[in-house]
Design a binder for this molecule. Sequence first.
Ligand SMILES: [Ca+2]
Length: 663
Amino acid sequence: MSKAGKRTLVLLHASLLTLAALGTARLAADESPLLHVMLQGTSAEDMRSLAEAQGGTLTHYLPIINAVGAQLTRQQLDAIVDSGQVQRFIDDLALDDQPDEVQETEATCDVAGSVEILRGNDGFSWLLHNKRQTPASMTALDIAWPERLGKISSIRLGNTHLPPSAWQQQGGSSAAIQLPPGKTPQFSGRAELDVRFSNTDKAAAPLQSEYTVTASFGKDCQTKLIPGYANNSDDFYYSTVTSADELHKHQVTGRGVTVAVLDSGLWDHPALTRDTRGHNRVLARYDGITDSSENGVFDESGHGTHLTSVLAHSGKTLRNGQPTGSFKGIAPDANLVVVKAFNETGQGGMLDIVRGLQWVVDNREKYAIRVLNLSFSARPRWPYYLDPINQAVMRAWAEGITVVAAAGNEGPENMTVGSPGNLPYIITVGATTDSWTLHTRADDYIPDFSSRGPTPAAHIKPDLVAPGGHITGITRPGSSLTRDHPEYALPGGEFVMTGSSQAAAIVSGLVALLLQLEPDLTPDDVKCKLLGTAEPAINKDGLLAYSPFVQGYGSVSLTRAITLGERGCGNEELNIARDSAMEEHFEGPAIVDSEGNISLPGLSEMLSAEEPAKGASTTRVWGVKDHVERLPEDYRQPPEHPFAWHELYEMEKQKTENLTRDR
Ligand SMILES: [Ca+2]
């Protein structure tokens, strides 16, 4: 595409709403409002001269994309555009928000139950949060419990005991309690729902997953207890699910690899600022909003701290009180560079983000930055190569930084992958969720929220999927996330979040582990290894359980990437140098018909007709090994089948055996 062509994409009308949101609107002496504008041209220096010659005020100096940000009056902007020296300007710098957080607890209204109960040997206590200004009245309670606990002996909401007549008539190990009008217990703020039983299990407090509880507050307002894990505080399960815990035991902890996290900042908790040996591992902090490294990067939102926890928490994993030899975060010894560009409400300015990206690229060698995590997403406004954030991200990739981005939380509709996840070069991550069963993969599935491809340029995204459901981490107490979602806080102080942001952080951590083992890998090599060894969801018929627009190449597997991964296949069909130079751009293989249906050549033969189950499935497994090994020995695949799973299986088995023998 020619450079002149870009002018057609310029937005000509600034929105006053946007200016107010940016906080930069003020009246100049001549009473004409100031616009916040990005000017892009031959160089940032030229753009600065243009803006300053007209009396504008420079806000951002962005040589990484040959641009500046400036405050200008409409007349000044018109004069700059008339000069013919600016190739492109954007006078509406609004970004769509980060993806909405995914609701972890199943609540249909603004009464929400906590993700974890306090378990007792004779019952439980569940903290409920009423986020309304008015009291909430509990109108019904459905509850099922392990039979060994006997019968209900008391139910209390806050200070109000339910009358025994409410449940006494019901036998068995479940009760559907309706509370008549006028007898509904009310609460404001928060209150415990405490349920006790006639028997005490002397051996152990029943697990949360042994209870089913739904509390109703009026007809359309329910909150349901999630099954949860047996241990949320000592053992963050995702390092087990991803096999990072086994690598930790072999001293593969991300040591020597620096990961930059561009998000809302960092809370200085020792498990985040120090590695497993107690040494400081935050090499630098930069605030792209204030353009400063001086004042730290205080995390008002809590989002950045949570991601960093998922990526790098250096606390020991405990089982039965004993250290297991592994750690809670994926890369507990990785060095960190913390870049802030998002504010208290999780919103980021485009130019602040670009400035943060520029700082990362400028300081890549100084801090040996090898990985960049981008857990944010905006609705794409431009072709991938014209998006200013994507332009800066392309520079980061070309400079040797492996960039991992969240796909977004806007599914299940097609074409919901956000920007920068729509950038073909980088690794874009969708989410899986495990149905709260660590050791069973057949019930792991891709939840609706995980954004789907293809991208507007027809590229297949996400590239792969990773755990993103109910992920435990730490975040700053008092941050906006903890204020908005008190129900996600665990009794032990951790915080549970769900989304592709967390899935991306897991993959960034895994990349750090891989780079510790093979420091000479290029970003393209990393992508080749991870995508080439990801485990697709396969149904019994040998067809894909999800389309590549949903699962990409499949579920990330670092152990497979280490043993079976190859180099040289990442982004082979693309050319980042020519793309960045605006000499050539690339379209992906997806086809969108006039009715908006999306497809790929051959997709209908490859994709299973069955609707994927959300949870336990009798047909879906993850990975070729699990698929082939579940088939009967005399199974013969029909000759016209599109996949040669058996051949692949034998090849991988051979390769693994050779590796074991060579050791
Ligand atoms: Ca599972």
